[in-house]
Design a protein around this ligand. Structure first.
Ligand SMILES: NC(=O)C1=CN([C@@H]2O[C@H](COP(=O)(O)OP(=O)(O)OC[C@H]3O[C@@H](n4cnc5c(N)ncnc54)[C@H](OP(=O)(O)O)[C@@H]3O)[C@@H](O)[C@H]2O)C=CC1
Ligand SMILES: O=C(CO)COP(=O)(O)O
Length: 338
């Protein structure tokens, strides 16, 4: 990293890219790249991103630009904050302008459709030689930006790198822990969105608090089984990026994924929900990829399977929990059942 204060460049002007940019700007020079002129003007002239974060102020020193080359040419750290299905395209534009050793930290909680790849695998493919990691945890953007205490974990292949990057994002109210389990953190962040939709369906059907707790707990078991078989550490799934984020996303009225589930249970179509929300809900596309990965690993994921049936195969939403309840429960810890 450079001997001057490192420059952080955040790619993506949505709610979470802006929030992380605002945190980093408290610690070091930070530039945010957004494709939308209005977002850039709003940040530069009003220290707001009203489209995504209403009237909550961002750090005054956060600068924004629509010029991708200018944003990345002097970067010491790149932060990837565009939704998963657009990440590869953005990285392909970035790679020719960025210095070769610059680390890339993904904020993305989704997998690429078709390839089923995690974002760090895409970074390694498109930007070979750049250390790639991920920052994730229970972090509803607006609450972090409003200054409510929260925590995340930063995963880098080398622990020393994680420790250096930790300092750029942490504040007295945003605690950043470190780990080297990039794989586990990335799968945990992506998987929990699928289960937040499932919990939203239960809440939308007014299933009750015990049902919600049952689904969250069994969801954690499913996430862990798949994540570990794909190379993640089981302890990661018990931590901030796993259990922590699962709880936040499954219970927050601000979660977009949970909102999708509630909307489906209320009889709305996906198109209608997407139009009302106008923000990304990564779980909607992740579910089919998760089913593919589970099949490859020979693992059954009953809750995810129900969501796949509803989202991709026309199963009436009211059938969701009936289908699950017909299955006999097995061993709580070692069983494959839900
Ligand atoms: N919001 C949150 O609380 C959290 C989100 N995340 C994750 O962060 C990632 C980003 O999500 P979030 O910020 O919430 O998303 P939002 O829906 O709030 O915003 C998406 C942003 O990506 C931009 N974008 C979309 N496609 C492209 C493209 N092809 N090229 C350039 N920019 C593009 C949009 O630009 P435009 O405005 O011009 O459409 C917008 O600025 C997701 O994977 C999400 O799961 C992780 C933790 C918390
Ligand atoms: O990842 C998040 C919280 O940690 C945000 O969840 P949603 O994308 O469901 O809003």
């Amino acid at each position: 990293m450079a001997s001057r204060n490192p420059r952080v460049t955040v790619l993506g002007g949505g709610s979470w890219g802006t929030t992380i940019g605002s945190l980093a700007a408290r610690n070091t020079e930070t530039v945010l790249w957004a494709r939308n002129e209005e977002t850039v003007t709003d940040i530069n002239e009003r220290s707001r991103n009203s489209r995504y974060l209403q009237d909550i102020p961002v750090t005054k020193t956060l600068r924004a630009t629509t010029d991708l080359e200018e944003a990345v040419a002097e970067a010491d750290v790149l932060v990837l904050g565009v939704p998963s299905q657009h990440s590869r395209g953005v990285l392909e534009q970035v790679t020719k302008h960025v210095r070769p050793w610059v680390p890339v930290v993904s904020l993305v909680k989704g997998l690429e459709q078709g390839s089923s790849k995690r974002m760090t695998a895409i970074v390694e493919e498109v930007m070979p030689g750049h250390p790639a990691g991920v920052l994730a945890g229970p972090n509803i953007a607006r609450e972090v930006l409003q200054g409510y205490a929260a925590a995340a974990t930063i995963a880098m292949p080398e622990h020393r790198q994680a420790e250096m990057l930790q300092e750029l994002f942490r504040t007295n109210l945003f605690r950043v822990y470190t780990t080297t389990d990039v794989t586990g953190v990335e799968y945990a962040g992506s998987l929990k969105n699928v289960y937040a939709i499932a919990v939203g369906v239960g809440d939308g059907l007014e299933a009750g608090d015990n049902t919600r707790a049952m689904v969250i707990t069994r969801a954690l078991r499913e996430m862990t089984r798949l994540g570990v078989s794909l190379g993640g550490d089981a302890m990661t799934f018990n931590g901030l990026a796993g259990m922590g984020d699962l709880i936040a996303t499954c219970t927050s009225p601000f979660s977009r994924n949970r909102t999708v589930g509630v909307g489906l249970a209320q009889g709305k179509s996906l198109d209608q929900i997407a139009a009302e929300m106008n923000q990304v809900a990564e779980g909607v596309k992740t579910v089919a990829t998760v089913m593919k990965l589970a099949a490859e690993q020979g693992i059954d994921l009953p809750i995810a399977r129900e969501m796949d049936a509803v989202l991709n195969h026309g199963q009436p939403v009211k059938e969701t929990y009936r289908g699950l309840l017909r299955q006999a429960p097995g061993h709580e810890v070692h069983g494959d059942e839900w």
